[in-house]
Design a protein around this ligand. Structure first.
Ligand code: ATP
Length: 289
């Protein structure tokens, strides 16, 4: 049994088909979800987080049906952590107060165990010394880490993170990568991001979504390999490049098209492979509802 099993999952908002017959399974390990704006990433994550239901198809989480009984849904949610794209903070709570509030909602009824767990997750995200600060007085990156802390309560078996690195500085991103890679040893970590370098640095597996369908599902190495021989460094922008730009060294990084004279083959990055796979207009490709 995989921790997450999605079969022919479809979700439509009005005339927009956000997900179109998606089949995916996730188990232990860190999976990165890439895709342009409007690809369906948040919709997919919200379905896995039991925040919304699919219109059709089958969703199994830890072998259970989230649309089954209330008891089944509660059992799933006890083992699930979710960091939404945006999180509101009620009132003028401290970091500790906010995470404890979520712990109460998650039915951590034993006060001593609850306080210990809140301290543990705040330490885990590096906010141990900030616990008594009001959330409204924290920086954007610190607030994002408070949001992450609540997702880590109870050491979940499924961890759903929607753009977790937004607002984090490089040191905090490195810390987050260390935390998530450790969690991936026993937990299905599913994260969406626009940062291909985070996926390249952290994820064993990458899923590319566009127009509500899965365009790629495999290892980062396999996705990068699809760009082999299609990326160059040269003095001029490529005449028919998919995309090219002048780098800090003064040479042009050219992705796709025919190599200009004097071009030297460059080692492709995950971002190059992603751009080549989707093309520049991928966000316009959408199945009609
Ligand atoms: N509540 C909603 N009502 C109407 N349309 C929605 C709603 N939520 C999402 N959509 C539409 O569904 C499609 C998929 O949206 P979704 O937020 O899942 O994409 P995404 O890949 O997460 O995008 P982004 O990278 O911009 O966050 C988009 O066309 C979006 O406009």
């Amino acid at each position: 049994m995989n921790a997450v099993e999605l079969t022919a999952v479809t979700k439509t908002y009005g005339r927009t088909r956000a997900l179109d017959a998606v089949d995916l399974t996730f188990d232990r390990g860190v999976t990165g979800l890439l895709g342009p704006n409007g690809a369906g990433k948040t919709t997919l994550l919200r379905i896995v987080a039991t925040s919304i239901g699919a219109d059709s198809g089958d969703v199994r989480l830890l072998g259970r049906d989230p649309h089954g009984s209330h008891a089944e849904l509660t059992a799933i949610r006890r083992e699930l952590g979710y960091l939404p794209q945006e999180l509101g903070y009620p009132g003028d709570m401290t970091a500790f107060g906010f995470v404890e509030y979520v712990a109460v909602l998650k039915e951590w009824n034993d006060r001593r165990r609850r306080l210990r767990e809140v301290r543990r997750v705040l330490e885990l995200v590096g906010l141990g010394t900030m616990a008594t600060k009001r959330v409204s007085r924290l920086s954007g990156g610190q607030r994002r880490r408070v949001a992450l802390a609540q997702a880590l309560l109870g050491d979940p078996r499924i961890l759903v993170l929607d753009e977790p690195t937004t607002g984090l500085d490089p040191t905090q991103r490195a810390d987050l990568r260390r935390t998530l890679s450790a969690l991936g040893g026993h937990c299905a970590v599913l994260l969406s991001t626009h940062q291909t370098e985070d996926v390249a640095a952290l994820c064993e597996r990458v899923v590319v979504l566009a127009g509500g369908t899965v365009r790629f599902d495999g290892t980062v190495t396999d996705l990068v390999a699809t760009a082999a021989g299609r990326v160059w460094l040269c003095d001029d922008p490529g005449p028919d490049a998919l995309v090219s730009w002048r780098t800090g060294t003064g040479r042009h990084h050219v992705v796709g098209g025919t190599p200009p004279p004097g071009a030297v083959a460059a080692e492709p990055t995950l971002e190059d492979a992603y751009l080549l796979m989707l093309g520049v207009d991928a966000h316009d490709v959408r199945a009609p509802a």
